[in-house]
Design a protein around this ligand. Structure first.
Ligand code: ADP
Ligand code: MG
Length: 915
């Protein structure tokens, strides 16, 4: 067990109703508050439930215990109210001296704070602290009629066991780190609390606008006009001490002069006033702030955040361009776009306001309305993740559009996105920033892998549709918003009124990973009946100069045939018959119902807009593109989404027997002596990989010739053909075989001595020792590793390995931790993969063992944020198991918060935290 006395630092988190509370370790100064909590602030009955009887001394003794100096085997946490700092509840855990896997838990919550989720939140934080101390089972004794306690444990989502003894019950909760139930329960609670706290921001009935100048053209003034123009249905209260009214809207001199507490306050005051104004808002009872002001100093930012946390206010911005919501009965347009967003089903959240406004204009001209438009700005608090959760439940949003440049908590984001993407498409612009520079220094295979592994692949994993530009985003949104999804095979029928453009469209489909298959005979016969003589009924179908009505009949025949999953109709203007304009030609198309069971997209070669909607008689819409490539790309995105949806939601792969606590201690120990981190040397490296059950072959590191001979004699027994492998070793080496530092040696002593001497001669001073390994049987050489992505967190990389790994460049990466379907995708998507599945008479590789290695790497990377890189290359895969003969591990000082611990972001000036 680790005896680290370091208690969790204070964290802020949301209660079920969205109130922010502070959770922190109790200290001496809390003594009286703890005593009071257990006496005056708990009814006699609650005291009985807590202490199993009444005792005047119990409260005092509890206070002594909980406020005592920190000990390694005891955790005591308190939840404190915002603003007043009043203690709301406490939880304690005493680790069993005879069995450090177990800790006994007790909890108390003030009477007037029951039913708010204080107890649950405290236990979640305790679970986190107890886990870090190596505790596996939490034990709580309760009276049989302590219903609140039973409920808290039941709802927690942990596996619990109950043992009844008369009027008491002993509850045991198992802290299994990989339990999906627990993570799901924590996430669901977090999501509920989040939604409650976001309501005043996104559905406000009254808005105060602070910092409105009388001068037109200023930020506050413009926003006032915009809100008024948008016909906000609630109350709008500009605050300005020097004006009675602005633009006819009555002003108030200060926040406390307002008729009542506004739900939302929008602040456009100078940076040096932000802190004070936010504090005023908090004291007035405001629950949400939008801060437009940019350029806050660290101190100003810290004051702003403190005010928000103290008064449970959610914060949008700073440095944002506001927000708009078209929700029925609200209609608030508090942003700077040229026109007001039209009501609709797309939720839009952008980090950069400029991009947001550009995107809104495109959506507007296309005719896609929005539910909410949110400019996130510097994201001190409200993030893309919050919005996804909101849209998941708002009953309006059916399409989420995100433009994010950074991810505060990528793992939580990826988990939320995976869930939300099941109910609606999530589209994003992949900002495509270069990852090459970040790890240019590390010259080895797994790290080199990342640049080739696009962020696109990572988005794919979470079911996010990642586009390369705003234009592509809008084009794809048009298809997803108006058309059903295609099936999963990716087949498309192309039909045109001019053969040449049909061929180009078919090429565009193929370029984008779709297939344009030959059509079955009954369908071609049907097409031949419909279309004029001289038409080609193969795919692409060339309908020659058929009138549009006929083309539509053919589209319907194709769409309903079941032979393909999407139809692309391409129209060239030059052969549109007698019609004066495309519009006229299209009239028959629009008169027909547009809704079909399979997606249809139109390509109009003379269209000026890259994409627009054709409005059909039945109210449905068909997207029309100016370019076949755009249409094909949108269809390809729809196909990917359809394929992603077809995979059942997949649980994380379990990895039993990992010794997380020991591993964490080893890492900590290493970083204490190597504060800048570094590559691990053999003994520690072996120990660390062993904690996660990773199959490193036995390597004996020898410092002299005799020791090498001795080790070779022992290992030769298990070596293939009785052979061993000798490797010259020194710290920081890469590509040993290039230097002649890897030699296969038959067992006889003279040969071992000869190679040893040769190493000494060749490498001289550099030589630090000789590694001896048993020679492994031949197998497929793969590589598996971990890299940390600055944006997304840890990735597991898998690919073709051995000394030719870089040459082959056949790799795939997935965000850790890995689910069953991630593992499946990794094992089946490489070009090398057929080698594992019995290619040309090879034996079938031990696929289960490979999956297990990948899952364990994922687990290790998730547990140990300091794990900067792992490179297992090669992993020799045979038909019975895998063996790694060359491993490199680099550690780096780093701390990432537990992604599943419910807590809000830290204040910008929190000590020890990067800005
Ligand atoms: P490096 O990658 O630094 O060049 P490795 O230790 O990976 O050095 O060895 C290079 C190659 O030698 C491996 O890819 C593998 O083909 C082979 N090899 C190394 N160790 C063994 C072993 N114990 N058994 C069988 N083959 C080995
Ligand atoms: Mg190697």
């Amino acid at each position: 067990m680790v005896t680290s006395p370091e208690l969790p630092r204070s964290a802020e988190a949301l209660l079920a109703d969205g109130t922010v509370v502070t959770i922190r370790a109790l200290r001496a100064a809390d003594h009286d508050a703890v005593a009071e909590l257990h006496s005056r602030r708990m009814s006699a009955d609650n005291q009985r439930l807590r202490f199993f009887g009444t005792s005047s001394r119990a409260a005092e003794l509890t206070a002594d215990r909980l406020s005592a100096p920190p000990r390694a085997d005891f955790v005591a946490l308190g939840a404190f109210a915002p603003g007043s700092g009043q203690l709301l509840g406490v939880v304690e855990a005493q680790i069993d001296p005879d069995d450090p896997d177990r800790a006994e838990l007790a909890i108390a919550v003030a009477d007037d704070w029951h039913q708010h989720g204080v107890g649950t939140l405290l236990i979640e934080h305790l679970v986190h602290a107890a886990r870090a101390r190596g505790v596996r089972v939490l034990v709580a004794d309760a009276l049989a009629d302590n219903h609140a306690m039973h409920k808290v444990f039941h709802d927690l989502g942990l596996e619990t066991r109950r043992h009844w003894a008369n009027a008491e019950v002993r509850i045991e909760a198992v802290l299994d780190e990989t339990s999906n139930d627990y993570l799901d329960a924590v996430e669901a609670r977090g999501s509920r609390a989040d939604l409650a706290s976001l309501r005043p921001l996104l559905r406000p009935h009254s808005v105060a606008l602070v910092g409105v100048s009388r001068r037109p053209g200023t930020v506050g003034h413009s926003l006032l006009l915009k809100i008024r123009r948008g016909r906000f249905t609630g109350s709008l209260w500009p605050v300005n001490p020097h004006a009675d009214q602005i633009e006819g809207v009555p002003c108030y001199p200060a926040l406390d002069a307002l008729p009542s507490t506004p739900d939302l306050a929008v602040l456009a005051v100078p940076a040096n006033q932000i802190g004070a104004v936010a504090e005023d808002c908090g004291q007035r009872g405001v629950r949400a702030l939008v801060v437009l002001t940019a350029g806050l100093t660290r101190t100003q930012a810290a004051r702003l955040m403190r005010a928000c946390r103290r008064h449970s206010m959610r914060l949008l911005g700073p440095n944002c361009l506001g927000l708009a919501t078209t929700a029925p009965g609200i209609s608030l347009d508090a942003e700077f776009g040229r026109s007001a967003p039209k009501p609709g089903t797309a939720g839009v959240a952008v980090q950069s306001g400029g991009v947001g406004i550009a995107l809104m204009e495109q959506l507007d001209s296309l005719g896609i309305g929005v539910s909410d438009f949110v400019s996130l700005g510097d994201k001190y608090d409200v993030s893309g993740n919050d919005l996804l959760q909101w849209w998941e439940h708002d009953g309006l949003t059916r399409l989420a559009l995100l433009h994010l440049e950074s991810f505060g908590n990528p793992r939580a984001f990826s988990r939320t996105a995976r869930r939300v993407a099941r109910t609606m498409p999530i589209l994003t612009v992949d900002a495509g920033r270069s990852v090459a520079g970040r790890r240019g220094a590390a010259s080895h295979t797994a790290a080199a892998a990342t640049p080739t592994v696009t962020r696109q692949a990572l988005f794919t994993q979470a079911g996010i549709t990642a586009t390369r530009s705003i234009a592509e985003l809008v084009e794809t949104a048009a298809l997803l918003e108006s058309q059903p999804l295609p099936g999963t095979t990716g087949t498309v029928a192309v039909i045109s009124n001019a053969g040449g453009i049909g061929v180009l469209a078919a090429d565009a489909c193929t370029d984008n990973g779709l297939s344009v298959p030959e059509l079955p005979a009954p369908l071609t016969m049907r097409l031949a009946e419909l279309l004029p003589d001289g038409s080609a009924t193969a795919n692409p179908v060339d309908a020659t100069a058929a009138p549009v009505e006929t083309l539509i009949a053919a589209v319907d025949a194709l769409a309903e045939s079941g032979a393909v999953e999407a139809v692309l109709l391409c129209l060239a203007p030059t052969v549109l018959g007698s019609a004066e304009s495309t519009e006229e030609t299209l009239a028959p198309l629009l008169a027909l119902p547009g809704a079909r069971t399979r997606p249809v997209a139109v390509v109009l070669l003379d269209q000026r807009e890259p994409v627009r909607f054709l409005d059909c008689a039945d109210g449905s819409r068909i997207p029309a593109y100016a370019d076949a490539q755009s249409a094909a790309r949108a269809l390809a995105h729809a196909l990917q989404r359809s394929r992603w949806l077809a995979q059942p939601p997949s649980p994380e792969r379990e990895t039993p027997g990992c010794r997380t606590t020991v591993a964490a201690a080893l890492v900590e120990q290493y970083l204490r002596t190597h504060p800048d981190g570094g590559w691990l040397e053999p003994p520690l490296l072996t120990q660390l990989l062993d904690c996660y059950g990773l199959p490193l072959v036995t390597s004996i590191c020898c410092s002299g010739e005799d020791a090498t001979v001795q080790a070779a004699r022992v290992l030769a027994r298990s070596g293939e053909n009785g052979e061993v492998v000798l490797k010259a070793h020194w710290p920081g080496q890469v590509h040993k075989s290039d230097l002649g530092a890897v030699r296969v040696v038959p067992a006889p002593e003279e040969q071992v001595r000869a190679v040893h001497r040769e190493f000494v001669e060749r490498f001289g001073e550099r030589l630090d020792g000789v590694l001896v390994q048993a020679r492994q049987a031949e197998g497929t050489e793969l590589l598996a590793g971990v890299v940390q992505d600055a944006v997304f967190g840890p990735l597991v990389v898998f690919g073709a390995g051995g000394t030719t790994a870089d040459l082959l460049d056949d790799r795939i990466a997935r965000l850790a931790p890995l689910t069953e379907s991630d593992l499946h995708a990794m094992l089946t998507s490489l070009r090398t993969t057929p080698l594992l599945f019995g290619y040309r008479g090879r034996p079938l590789a031990d696929l289960a063992a490979i999956e297990d290695v990948l899952a364990r790497l994922g687990r290790m990377a998730t547990d140990l944020p300091q794990l900067a890189e792992v490179d297992l290359n090669p992993l020799i895969c045979g038909k019975d198991g895998v063996a790694c003969v060359d491993a490199r591990v680099r550690l780096e000082p780093r701390h990432t918060p537990d992604p599943y611990l419910r807590r809000l972001r830290r204040l910008p000036d929190a000590p020890g935290e990067p800005a």
